[in-house]
Every structure is written in C-alpha cells, then in structure tokens.
Design a protein around this ligand. Structure first.
Ligand code: 5GP
Length: 187
C-alpha cells in the first residue's frame, strides 16, 4: 500500500510499522507456545478489531489450538468508550474446562475485557488469559484488570490500522498510525 496517498494521508504519523508488529507477534507466539506446552488452548478472537492480529498470532503458535470468535460492541463510531458492552455474536463452542486465551486489539479503559472475562469464567473456563496487541495503561479505569500478554504499550492517542478502525475504515492499513484529529473533529 502506497504510504504517500490514500488512507495514510489521514494519519498524523505512523506509530508502529508492520516490521515492528511482526517481530512482537512472533515473540508473543513463542511465549504462548512455551507457556501452554502440553495443552490445547482455545483462542478467542474479539471481532472485528483483533482479526488481523489474530490471523498472524495463531500462525506463530506451535500448539494444537482451536479457534472461536466473539463480537462485542464498544465504540460505535466515536473515539471514546460508552461503557456499554453488548454481545453481538457469541462463541460457537462450549469453553467448560478449556484453557482460553482472549485475543483483543487494544485495552483502553479495560471495561470491555473486564466484562468479558467475568462472563467467560462464569461459563467454567479452566483458565483464562488476555493477549492484547496494544495497551494504553494511562487510560485504565479498571486497574484490577490483568493483561497477561501485550505487544506494545502506547500513549493516549487514537490509533488505526492492522485491524483497528475509525468508523469501520482503516482496518486494512498494514501499519498502525495515529489518526489525525481533523478526521474525527470534522464529524
Ligand atoms: P475499553 O473497553 O478497554 O475502553 O475499550 C476497548 C475497545 O475500544 C477496543 O477493543 C477498541 O475497539 C476500542 N479502542 C480503544 N482505543 C482505541 C484506539 O486508539 N483506536 C481504535 N481504533 N479503537 C480503540
């Protein structure tokens, strides 16, 4: 994708390049492979934002894992969380007695994941860990939420690309960039 035109023009700057992302995703895959040796974890992709990260991560894990998908509402088209979390698409399979790894794009306030992890534990998961591509620790509203694996801590800015959207756009950017505020302030 040409970085001088199109979607890239809406970015203030690139925060993480595809090469930086690939390196960290590779390291995370190796860590999960080590930590879950002898187990068959279920990897749960939180749609749609984690889809690109998920596709890359599962191919870096050398274990007999299974996949499942869940969609929950968080932002709508705004850039601030509403605090309202709704399940739009539930898991296809039972997780009773399973080692579950929830794969999320970004942890911001932590409201979404704190809600979700409670629900999944109530369903009898044997263990549950969170793997997030990005973490914005400065924005956390649920301090007790433990992010077990994360690839990058990032500053308090609104980012898009590599699966992350603004108003459903920019998910196909191969890199992660800070969206220019003029894009959402003009709305
Ligand atoms: P939380 O519940 O932790 O506040 O919000 C998590 C969700 O908010 C993420 O899954 C993501 O959908 C959205 N989100 C938070 N920060 C950003 C951001 O910088 N960019 C984008 N595109 N989404 C974000």
């Amino acid at each position: 994708m040409n970085q001088d035109t199109g979607l890239y023009c809406d970015l203030d700057r690139i925060l993480l390049t595809r090469e930086q992302i690939a390196e960290k995703v590779h390291e995370l895959g190796a860590a999960i492979t080590r930590d879950y040796e002898g187990k068959k974890p279920v990897l749960v992709c939180i749609l749609k934002g984690a889809s690109v990260f998920f596709a890359d991560l599962i191919r870096e894990i050398e274990l007999p894992l299974t996949l499942d998908f869940m969609a929950i509402s968080s932002y709508g088209s705004a850039t601030k969380t509403s605090g309202v979390v709704r399940i739009l698409k539930d898991l296809d399979n039972d997780i009773l007695g399973k080692d579950v790894i929830v794969v999320e794009d970004i942890v911001d306030s932590g409201i979404t994941l704190s809600y979700l992890t409670k629900i999944l534990m109530q369903r009898g998961a044997k263990s549950l860990k969170i793997a997030a591509l990005l973490d914005k620790p400065a924005r956390r509203k649920i301090p007790e939420l433990k992010v077990d694996y994360s690839c990058f801590n990032i500053p308090d800015a609104f980012v898009v690309g590599y699966g992350l959207d603004y108003d459903q756009t920019y998910r196909n950017l191969p890199d992660i960039g800070i969206l220019s505020p003029r894009i959402y302030e003009q709305k």
